[in-house]
Ligand binder design. Structure first.
Ligand SMILES: Cc1cc2nc3c(=O)[nH]c(=O)nc-3n(C[C@H](O)[C@H](O)[C@H](O)COP(=O)(O)OP(=O)(O)OC[C@H]3O[C@@H](n4cnc5c(N)ncnc54)[C@H](O)[C@@H]3O)c2cc1C
Length: 390
């Protein structure tokens, strides 16, 4: 099997995973009303095989394969990846869906691991591709005092670390934080979060394990939870991301699932290789959101009869220039891609970072323009239930 359906993806989540939400243990993630929208949202990265096969499916070794799992080998390949990310995000309400983040991490493994870790990484990439798995990425540690490195902290568990090792396995303890998709993924791929010094060997660790591995517990954030009315929240009532505090309480990891164990010189390059791809992902999945802001501004101006006013045209023009500049920089990051280690191509980091910067700096002003053009109705109007009464 190289392509799964969204139904197969959802079935795969029914296992013995340990997920907590608002103080309670969740038996079935998809059966929970607050969490189900996140599963449906992520299922789009399987539905996209049928919705847009030209972009989303590629034949690899004679088998139809998700294009997310195909390592980029040219600028055109990165351009296609950007288009796929933008397309799936547009269908997903303007945000990331799921497979983007896991594939970003796989490409980083292919570039920045060595020796046995690299052999394990190659086998793992092939497994993910052929089983079409849903991966989340645990990179960010809880970190404690940011001015100190991992081994300098008073509490040794503020960065994830190896606490024991035998011939077949390592045992890890600590926590990753802000882990997106964890409760609705099949596996978690762990990466180091920063460059490390010679004393940090126990913290220089990377591996992948199934979410239902004993000792792994996910504490899902309640952010933006609760009943969401589709009239008042047309996107966030249907599209949701889950993030968790992801706790490793002496979790045993088989050695063939370990990509980095103790080589501190590889921690920084691995962390940064992930960032190369993830920043490219981030700017491409943002593009539909920018289009939504521009489109909403144009529609509300038309509805209010102010489209021809000079200040309105200026505001909408500024919004279009902002959105299209981000799009242009995203394209340029693919066009100017270069060959990275082991033949895996990387987007140009200057243009990727310029795109991210330009997006972030323009976002408040674009939102401000939209709010200004809309007037007070967004805040003061009747609710969805009122409009539903004839
Ligand atoms: C919605 C969302 C989803 C995410 N998904 C994932 C995910 O799937 N997987 C994952 O691994 N991570 C994920 N992240 C984590 C994200 O990458 C981090 O939030 C980011 O790296 C910042 O880390 P932090 O939150 O610990 O903030 P910090 O690093 O603590 O930053 C807070 C402030 O402290 C400053 N600071 C930090 N360290 C220093 C220092 N040494 N010296 C001076 N100033 C410093 C920073 O510049 C910043 O101003 C997600 C985050 C969000 C918000």
């Amino acid at each position: 099997m190289a392509l799964r359906t969204s139904a197969q993806y959802k079935e795969g989540l029914c296992d013995g995973r340990t997920v907590f939400y608002r103080g309670e243990k969740v038996k079935d993630v998809y059966g929970h009303p607050d969490l189900a929208p996140a599963v449906d949202h992520s299922a789009l990265c399987y539905d996209i095989h049928d919705l847009n096969p030209d972009l989303a499916v590629e034949v690899v070794d004679g088998e139809p394969t998700s294009y997310f799992w195909v390592p980029p080998t040219s600028p055109d390949a990165l351009k296609r990846r950007g288009e796929l990310i933008e397309d799936v995000s547009r269908r997903g309400g303007g945000t990331i869906v799921l497979k983007e983040v896991g594939s970003d991490a796989l490409f980083a493994l292919l570039r920045a691991t060595k020796g046995e870790g690299r052999e394990n990484a190659e086998r793992y990439v092939a497994k993910v591709r052929s089983e079409d798995l849903a991966l989340c990425v645990g990179q960010t540690d809880v970190k404690g005092d940011r001015s100190l490195g991992p081994s300098q902290q008073t509490d040794p568990d503020l960065y994830l670390r190896v606490v024991a090792e035998d011939a077949d396995s390592i045992t890890v303890r600590g926590a990753k934080t802000h882990t997106s998709f964890s409760a609705n993924a099949d596996e978690i791929l762990v990466l180091p979060t920063r460059a490390m010094g010679p004393d940090d060997a126990a913290y220089a660790v990377s591996f992948a394990i199934p979410i239902d591995t004993p000792g792994l517990s996910l504490y899902v954030s309640p952010f933006s939870a609760g009943e969401r009315n589709a009239f008042e929240h047309p996107l966030s009532s249907r599209h949701k991301l889950l993030e968790s505090l992801t706790v490793f309480d002496d979790v045993r990891v088989p050695k063939d699932r370990v990509f980095l164990n103790g080589d501190t010189t590889l921690a920084g390059p691995l962390a940064l290789a992930f960032v190369d791809y993830h920043r490219f992902t981030a700017i491409n999945y943002k593009l539909p959101l920018l289009d939504q802001l521009v489109g909403a501004a144009m529609l509300v101006a038309e509805a209010n009869g102010i489209s021809k006013a000079g200040h309105v045209k200026t505001k909408i023009t500024e919004m279009i220039i902002w959105a299209e500049t981000v799009r242009g920089l995203a394209d340029l990051a693919a066009v100017r891609a270069t060959e990275g280690e082991n033949g895996v191509w990387r987007p140009d980091s200057l243009y990727v970072n310029m795109a991210k910067y330009h997006f972030a700096h323009g976002f408040s002003e674009a939102s401000q323009h939209l709010i200004d053009l809309a007037g007070g109705i967004l805040i003061t109007g009747p609710g969805g239930e009122d409009w539903a009464v004839p």
